[in-house]
Design a binder for this molecule. Structure first.
Ligand code: SF4
Length: 223
Protein backbone atom coordinates (compact mmCIF):
# COMPACT_ATOMS: atom_id res chain seq x y z
CA UNK A 1 0.00 0.00 0.00
CA UNK A 2 1.41 3.42 -0.92
CA UNK A 3 2.02 6.20 1.59
CA UNK A 4 -0.72 8.23 -0.12
CA UNK A 5 -3.26 5.47 0.37
CA UNK A 6 -2.19 4.92 3.97
CA UNK A 7 -2.49 8.63 4.59
CA UNK A 8 -5.98 8.73 3.05
CA UNK A 9 -7.06 5.72 5.11
CA UNK A 10 -5.74 7.33 8.26
CA UNK A 11 -7.78 10.42 7.48
CA UNK A 12 -10.87 8.29 6.93
CA UNK A 13 -10.32 6.61 10.26
CA UNK A 14 -10.07 10.06 11.83
CA UNK A 15 -13.39 10.85 10.20
CA UNK A 16 -15.03 8.00 12.03
CA UNK A 17 -14.46 4.90 9.93
CA UNK A 18 -13.40 2.87 12.90
CA UNK A 19 -13.56 -0.46 11.01
CA UNK A 20 -10.59 0.42 8.84
CA UNK A 21 -7.55 -1.76 9.32
CA UNK A 22 -4.49 -0.02 7.89
CA UNK A 23 -2.66 -3.35 7.60
CA UNK A 24 -5.14 -4.60 5.00
CA UNK A 25 -4.07 -3.92 1.42
CA UNK A 26 -7.21 -2.63 -0.30
CA UNK A 27 -7.66 0.13 -2.86
CA UNK A 28 -9.80 3.18 -2.18
CA UNK A 29 -12.65 3.52 -1.49
CA UNK A 30 -11.74 1.21 1.37
CA UNK A 31 -14.90 2.14 3.22
CA UNK A 32 -17.06 0.19 0.76
CA UNK A 33 -14.61 -2.58 0.01
CA UNK A 34 -13.52 -3.90 3.38
CA UNK A 35 -15.54 -6.88 4.55
CA UNK A 36 -15.94 -5.25 7.96
CA UNK A 37 -17.70 -2.25 6.42
CA UNK A 38 -20.20 -3.89 4.07
CA UNK A 39 -22.92 -3.81 6.73
CA UNK A 40 -22.55 -0.06 7.05
CA UNK A 41 -23.95 2.36 4.44
CA UNK A 42 -20.89 4.43 3.52
CA UNK A 43 -23.07 7.46 2.75
CA UNK A 44 -24.61 7.40 6.22
CA UNK A 45 -21.20 7.02 7.81
CA UNK A 46 -19.65 9.79 5.74
CA UNK A 47 -22.58 12.18 6.25
CA UNK A 48 -22.60 11.50 9.99
CA UNK A 49 -18.87 12.16 10.19
CA UNK A 50 -19.30 15.47 8.38
CA UNK A 51 -22.21 16.56 10.54
CA UNK A 52 -20.16 15.96 13.69
CA UNK A 53 -16.93 17.29 12.21
CA UNK A 54 -14.67 19.63 14.14
CA UNK A 55 -11.59 19.15 11.97
CA UNK A 56 -11.26 22.88 11.31
CA UNK A 57 -12.24 26.23 12.84
CA UNK A 58 -15.31 26.58 10.60
CA UNK A 59 -17.12 24.13 12.89
CA UNK A 60 -17.31 26.94 15.43
CA UNK A 61 -19.25 29.38 13.24
CA UNK A 62 -21.50 27.20 11.07
CA UNK A 63 -25.26 26.93 11.45
CA UNK A 64 -25.49 23.74 9.39
CA UNK A 65 -23.06 21.40 7.70
CA UNK A 66 -23.73 21.54 3.96
CA UNK A 67 -22.90 17.99 2.92
CA UNK A 68 -24.29 17.66 -0.62
CA UNK A 69 -27.51 16.82 -2.47
CA UNK A 70 -28.70 14.94 -5.50
CA UNK A 71 -28.42 11.63 -7.26
CA UNK A 72 -25.81 9.34 -5.73
CA UNK A 73 -25.69 7.41 -9.00
CA UNK A 74 -25.27 10.54 -11.11
CA UNK A 75 -23.21 10.65 -14.28
CA UNK A 76 -22.57 14.33 -13.63
CA UNK A 77 -21.31 15.94 -10.44
CA UNK A 78 -20.93 19.66 -9.77
CA UNK A 79 -18.26 20.59 -7.24
CA UNK A 80 -18.35 24.11 -5.86
CA UNK A 81 -16.39 25.99 -3.26
CA UNK A 82 -18.03 26.73 0.10
CA UNK A 83 -21.51 27.43 1.48
CA UNK A 84 -22.76 30.99 1.64
CA UNK A 85 -25.35 32.46 3.99
CA UNK A 86 -28.40 30.84 2.37
CA UNK A 87 -26.71 27.46 2.17
CA UNK A 88 -25.55 27.67 5.79
CA UNK A 89 -29.09 28.43 6.95
CA UNK A 90 -30.69 25.67 4.88
CA UNK A 91 -27.96 23.04 5.01
CA UNK A 92 -28.11 22.60 1.22
CA UNK A 93 -25.62 23.70 -1.45
CA UNK A 94 -26.44 26.26 -4.12
CA UNK A 95 -29.82 27.53 -2.89
CA UNK A 96 -29.27 31.30 -3.13
CA UNK A 97 -29.06 33.46 -6.26
CA UNK A 98 -25.97 31.62 -7.46
CA UNK A 99 -27.84 28.38 -6.81
CA UNK A 100 -30.74 29.50 -8.97
CA UNK A 101 -28.30 30.28 -11.75
CA UNK A 102 -26.77 26.81 -11.38
CA UNK A 103 -30.27 25.33 -11.55
CA UNK A 104 -30.86 27.29 -14.77
CA UNK A 105 -27.58 25.99 -16.21
CA UNK A 106 -28.57 22.41 -15.32
CA UNK A 107 -31.98 22.90 -16.98
CA UNK A 108 -30.30 24.30 -20.09
CA UNK A 109 -28.32 21.05 -20.19
CA UNK A 110 -31.68 19.19 -20.34
CA UNK A 111 -31.20 17.84 -16.82
CA UNK A 112 -32.67 18.53 -13.39
CA UNK A 113 -31.01 18.95 -10.00
CA UNK A 114 -32.28 15.45 -9.20
CA UNK A 115 -30.26 14.03 -12.10
CA UNK A 116 -26.93 15.35 -10.82
CA UNK A 117 -25.03 15.49 -7.55
CA UNK A 118 -24.00 18.86 -6.11
CA UNK A 119 -21.45 19.40 -3.34
CA UNK A 120 -18.83 21.85 -2.18
CA UNK A 121 -15.23 21.17 -1.23
CA UNK A 122 -15.81 23.05 2.05
CA UNK A 123 -18.81 21.85 4.04
CA UNK A 124 -19.15 24.75 6.53
CA UNK A 125 -19.60 28.44 5.75
CA UNK A 126 -16.52 30.64 6.12
CA UNK A 127 -17.48 33.75 8.14
CA UNK A 128 -18.58 36.68 5.96
CA UNK A 129 -18.11 34.43 2.92
CA UNK A 130 -14.34 34.91 3.04
CA UNK A 131 -12.17 32.60 0.95
CA UNK A 132 -11.38 29.27 2.60
CA UNK A 133 -7.94 29.02 4.17
CA UNK A 134 -5.50 26.37 2.92
CA UNK A 135 -5.68 24.39 6.16
CA UNK A 136 -9.49 24.40 5.98
CA UNK A 137 -9.35 23.05 2.43
CA UNK A 138 -6.92 20.36 3.58
CA UNK A 139 -9.10 19.41 6.54
CA UNK A 140 -12.27 19.12 4.47
CA UNK A 141 -10.78 17.47 1.35
CA UNK A 142 -11.38 13.84 2.45
CA UNK A 143 -15.16 14.40 2.35
CA UNK A 144 -15.38 15.56 -1.26
CA UNK A 145 -12.89 12.92 -2.37
CA UNK A 146 -14.94 10.18 -0.74
CA UNK A 147 -18.15 11.58 -2.26
CA UNK A 148 -16.54 11.41 -5.69
CA UNK A 149 -15.25 7.90 -5.00
CA UNK A 150 -18.71 6.72 -3.96
CA UNK A 151 -20.52 8.29 -6.93
CA UNK A 152 -17.86 7.66 -9.60
CA UNK A 153 -19.55 10.09 -12.06
CA UNK A 154 -18.59 10.15 -15.71
CA UNK A 155 -17.92 13.88 -15.53
CA UNK A 156 -17.16 16.37 -12.77
CA UNK A 157 -17.71 20.08 -13.33
CA UNK A 158 -15.52 22.12 -11.01
CA UNK A 159 -17.18 25.46 -10.32
CA UNK A 160 -14.51 28.00 -9.53
CA UNK A 161 -10.90 27.89 -8.50
CA UNK A 162 -11.20 26.43 -5.00
CA UNK A 163 -13.24 23.45 -6.13
CA UNK A 164 -10.72 22.75 -8.84
CA UNK A 165 -7.67 23.26 -6.66
CA UNK A 166 -8.99 21.20 -3.78
CA UNK A 167 -9.89 18.23 -5.96
CA UNK A 168 -6.72 18.19 -8.00
CA UNK A 169 -4.25 19.49 -5.42
CA UNK A 170 -2.85 21.79 -8.12
CA UNK A 171 -2.79 25.59 -8.13
CA UNK A 172 -4.69 26.06 -11.37
CA UNK A 173 -6.13 29.47 -12.19
CA UNK A 174 -9.72 29.06 -13.31
CA UNK A 175 -9.43 31.53 -16.20
CA UNK A 176 -6.36 29.74 -17.57
CA UNK A 177 -7.88 26.24 -17.63
CA UNK A 178 -11.61 26.93 -17.99
CA UNK A 179 -13.11 24.88 -20.80
CA UNK A 180 -10.19 22.43 -20.98
CA UNK A 181 -10.67 18.79 -20.04
CA UNK A 182 -8.63 17.75 -17.03
CA UNK A 183 -8.79 14.51 -15.07
CA UNK A 184 -9.35 13.57 -11.46
CA UNK A 185 -8.82 9.92 -10.48
CA UNK A 186 -9.66 8.73 -14.00
CA UNK A 187 -12.80 10.92 -14.18
CA UNK A 188 -13.10 13.68 -16.76
CA UNK A 189 -13.02 17.07 -15.07
CA UNK A 190 -14.30 20.28 -16.66
CA UNK A 191 -13.34 23.52 -14.91
CA UNK A 192 -15.63 26.49 -15.39
CA UNK A 193 -16.64 29.72 -13.71
CA UNK A 194 -18.57 29.68 -10.44
CA UNK A 195 -22.19 30.90 -10.75
CA UNK A 196 -21.47 33.60 -8.13
CA UNK A 197 -18.80 34.97 -10.46
CA UNK A 198 -21.34 34.97 -13.30
CA UNK A 199 -23.72 37.09 -11.21
CA UNK A 200 -20.99 39.73 -11.02
CA UNK A 201 -19.74 39.15 -14.57
CA UNK A 202 -22.66 38.11 -16.80
CA UNK A 203 -20.44 38.20 -19.88
CA UNK A 204 -18.87 34.97 -18.61
CA UNK A 205 -22.13 33.06 -19.14
CA UNK A 206 -21.36 32.42 -22.79
CA UNK A 207 -18.05 30.81 -21.81
CA UNK A 208 -19.79 28.58 -19.28
CA UNK A 209 -22.32 27.54 -21.89
CA UNK A 210 -19.49 26.58 -24.24
CA UNK A 211 -18.01 24.48 -21.43
CA UNK A 212 -21.36 22.85 -20.63
CA UNK A 213 -21.86 21.93 -24.28
CA UNK A 214 -18.62 19.97 -24.08
CA UNK A 215 -19.95 18.22 -20.98
CA UNK A 216 -23.25 17.44 -22.71
CA UNK A 217 -21.39 15.96 -25.68
CA UNK A 218 -19.32 13.80 -23.32
CA UNK A 219 -22.52 12.56 -21.65
CA UNK A 220 -24.25 11.91 -24.97
CA UNK A 221 -26.83 14.67 -24.49
CA UNK A 222 -27.84 16.33 -27.75
CA UNK A 223 -27.16 20.07 -27.66
S1 SF4 B 1 -15.39 22.75 6.91
FE1 SF4 B 1 -15.08 20.56 6.64
S2 SF4 B 1 -13.29 20.06 7.89
FE2 SF4 B 1 -14.05 22.06 8.59
S3 SF4 B 1 -15.44 21.56 10.30
FE3 SF4 B 1 -16.69 21.70 8.42
S4 SF4 B 1 -16.83 19.57 7.68
FE4 SF4 B 1 -15.13 19.66 9.13
Amino acid sequence: MTDDVLSELALLRDLGYTHLDLRVSVPLPAVVETAEAVDEDPWIALSAAAHECTRCRLAGTRTNVVFGVGNRNADLMFVGEAPGRDEDLKGEPFVGRAGQLLTDIIKAMKLTRDDVYIANVIKCRPPENRNPEPDELDACRPYIRQQVDLIRPKVIVALGRFGLQSLTGKSYGITAVRGQWLEYNGIKLMPTYHPAYLLRNPAGKKDVWLDMKKVMAELGIAV
